[in-house]
Design a protein around this ligand. Structure first.
Ligand code: ADP
Ligand code: MG
Length: 709
């Protein structure tokens, strides 16, 4: 990376270029370059447009140049020629001093080794010359604010671009265009939209970073396929948080098959997506799984800011749709507001006294009041004034008759100053209603599902949630210097845990039968007897764990059994572990691993031998303090058991939180030496006093120079 020439142009300048060159320029709008020139003119790009085409003198009224070398200075050149011709053209651009080339052409890393070689070639050229690249295999970018659409897509065939404060970055050109179109239709505007394609040079994070600093962008939407540099991404989401800019992310890859056969539960449960999710949650990023919903949420945040505490007020002229939306909101854990007595009292002015509940059925208005839309609008106004209402949601079925209604209701909702949204069911007969909503500036969605998902994501955005902290101390490496590299068997792993104050079972490593009996007598019967071996990851699966051995006889029989099983290992193992038996108790799993992108991560969940079946775990970036550990623990499905389910006693939750927090500290201190640590089970004693690690294993990586994460 040290051989990188200094960049010729900033990302800001790429979005605000003084001049743009279009390769293959044409008067013909059926050609991509013809359309680009046309759209630049149509949307009022005020910079210089420089056509490049050896067969033309004038294109769309502008002087055309045969070669880039002949043209005046170019900030950004846009190129869509066949992939094999791209490197030569880029060289010409670099020689001519072009600031940045935006490469639409596909046929690079996405198509296999040959394409990948071409891509390496152009990346290298960029690094050497400092000429920046966007793409290849992208569909360009759109700066709505200066009317500069560097894309040939026909979605730009619109009278005007809606300006907004939402910035959008995606790796997929197709998603950028469909989002642009869909948002345009519902009247949502952007500051910039960028598709970065294969990211041969500039990547998603570069544009993300720009948007954090860009005063024109208030909310940032990211569609992420693969992350190049998790650490940088983490820094950026935290920075966006500090800048008060909400980030909404959609990450694909959740369904990818688990990682290769893992040596621990933690490795198999803390895959790339869950770690991404934990990092995002810590930094207050809103995660969504649908691009349309992403833009609807972004629009709410840009329009109304973060939601306050409280619940939603749902109003509709149709009791039918009210019921459906209310159920869907309940399924999505989005609370409806409980109206205050004062609000109910004032609602009597316009509603039947039997119908003062939220959701509000506007069909039950007092008919004697006459002009019904004004009466319904008054109901909206009264409900919006309730301090427990944090958003007004109006639900409409598809009907052309609702134009006046939606105007009255929507206007009252907008005038209230509270976040508002109309859910309207699909169907073209209500296009007039949609036009009305756009006109009065009431955000809306075309499907119940979009509305419900949007509300779930929006109401969960917490402006002040904690920002994940970077490790606040240098790794305490001194105390770990003696640690052996490789797989740590149960007694070694537990000794490591004990150094960090995590309680472990009393136990003793033994090599002979009478030694085992003496150990058991010292520890106290009943005991557990286990094999100590790095050949078998899950000991009980291989019959290497014998529990509740009540006396020397039982211990002796267990000894013989385990020794027989160990004899077939290659090489045979001869070390066993005599251990105190922990009776009863709830089994949890605690884990830690080093994620290649995000650094040390800890995990907690339902433990025992079924962990991978239950997959009931929560992740967080390390370190975490005990309070944060307890908050994480609340997300585990077994939480009610800890709290004392059905009259059983409350278990020692602070002890669990302390153990997890200590493990997170150990994870940080291990630095790059952290591979994986599993504590499974951590037994939470049913008598309400303390926890104890009954099994553990760890993988310690060799020392490396890279101690960044
Ligand atoms: P592995 O996970 O390698 O199969 P463990 O040592 O975790 O082996 O033992 C398997 C199961 O046996 C544990 O999940 C736990 O339910 C039980 N167990 C193990 N050690 C003890 C102990 N000391 N006291 C009580 N139960 C134990
Ligand atoms: Mg175990």
């Amino acid at each position: 990376m040290t051989d990188r020439a200094s960049p010729r142009i900033t990302v800001d300048r790429i979005l605000h270029p003084a001049s743009v060159a279009v390769f293959g320029a044409s008067d013909d709008r059926s050609k991509w370059a013809g359309r680009i020139m046309y759209y630049l003119a149509l949307h009022g790009y005020a910079g210089e447009v420089i056509p490049i085409n050896p067969r033309r003198q004038i294109v769309q009224g502008k002087t055309c140049y045969a070669r880039i070398a002949d043209a005046p200075h170019v900030d950004v050149a846009i190129i869509a020629i066949p992939a094999p011709l791209v490197p030569a053209t880029l060289r010409e651009c670099a020689d001519a001093g072009v600031g940045c080339c935006l490469i639409i052409s596909s046929g690079f890393a996405e198509v296999g080794p040959e394409g990948a070689a071409l891509q390496r070639e152009i990346s290298e050229l960029s690094r050497r010359t400092g000429m920046r690249l966007v793409g290849p295999n992208c569909l360009g970018l759109i700066n709505v604010l200066n009317g500069m659409a560097l894309t040939s897509a026909r979605v730009l065939e619109v009278e005007r671009l809606h300006r907004g404060r939402i910035g959008f970055v995606t790796q997929s050109g197709a998603i950028m265009l469909s989002i642009f179109n869909r948002a345009h239709d519902v009247g949502i505007g952007f500051s910039h939209l960028v598709s970065v394609g294969n990211q041969a040079d500039l990547d998603l994070a570069d544009f993300f970073e720009h948007m954090i600093d860009d005063p024109a962008t208030a909310v940032i939407c990211l569609h992420v396929e693969g992350l190049r540099d998790g650490r940088r991404f983490l820094d950026l989401i935290r920075r966006a948080r500090r800048a008060g800019k909400p980030v909404i992310a959609l990450k694909t890859g959740r369904s990818e098959l688990g990682e290769h056969a893992a040596r621990s539960h933690t490795a198999s449960l803390a895959g790339a997506y869950p770690v991404f999710e934990a990092a995002c949650r810590d930094a207050g990023v809103v995660l969504v799984d649908d691009p349309d919903v992403m833009v609807l949420v972004a629009n709410m945040l840009a329009r109304f800011g973060a939601p306050t505490e409280g619940g939603i007020a749902l109003l509709s002229p149709s009791g039918g749709i009210n019921g459906i939306v209310a159920d869907r909101l309940a399924d999505a854990n989005v609370p409806l507001a409980v109206l205050r007595p004062e609000t109910r009292q004032s609602l009597c002015e316009v509603m039947l006294p039997t119908h003062l509940d939220n959701p509000v059925d506007l069909g039950a208005r007092r008919q004697e009041l006459g002009e019904t839309n004004a009466v319904a609008a008054r109901a909206v106004e009264l409900v919006a004034a309730d301090p427990g209402v944090n958003a007004i949601v109006i639900a409409l079925t598809t009907s052309p008759n609702y134009e006046a209604t939606s105007k009255a209701l929507g206007a009252a909702a907008v005038a209230s100053g509270k976040p508002c949204f109309t859910i309207i069911t699909p169907g073209s007969v209500a296009d007039g209603v949609r036009a009305v909503l756009r006109e009065i500036g009431c955000p809306y969605g075309d499907r119940i599902d979009d509305g419900v998902r949007m509300l779930a994501a929006y109401t969960r955005y917490v402006p002040t949630s904690r920002v994940a902290r970077a490790p606040d101390a240098k790794p305490g490496r001194a105390s770990l210097l003696d640690l052996r590299t490789g797989y740590l068997t149960e007694p070694d792993a537990k000794a490591l845990l004990a150094r960090y104050g995590i309680p472990v079972t009393r136990e003793r490593v033994v090599r002979a039968r009478d030694e085992a009996v003496a150990a058991a007598e010292a520890i106290g019967f009943p005991v557990a007897l286990k094999a100590v071996t790095d050949k078998v990851v899950h000991k009980s699966d291989a019959g290497l764990v014998e529990l509740a051995l009540a006396d020397p006889d039982a211990l002796g029989r267990a000894w013989d059994k385990i020794r027989r099983r160990l004899a077939i290992l290659d090489p045979p193992a001869d070390t066993l572990l005599v251990q105190e038996m922990v009776s009863g108790g709830l089994e949890l799993i605690l884990g830690a691993k080093r994620d290649p992108g995000f650094g040390p991560v800890v995990m907690i969940g339902s433990g025992g031998i079924l962990v991978e079946l239950l997959r009931d775990v929560q992740l967080a970036l390390a370190p975490i303090d005990p309070a944060e550990a307890e908050a994480l623990l609340r997300g585990v499905k077994a939480w009610p058991l800890l709290e004392g389910y059905r009259g059983r006693g409350r278990l020692d939750i602070p002890a669990v939180a302390s153990a997890l927090s200590r493990l997170s500290r150990l994870a940080v201190d291990l630095g790059s030496r952290l591979g994986e640590i599993d504590v499974n089970p951590l037994i939470v004693r049913t008598d309400g006093h303390g926890v104890v690690a009954a099994d553990a294993r760890a993988v310690i990586a060799p020392e490396t120079q890279d101690q960044d994460l």
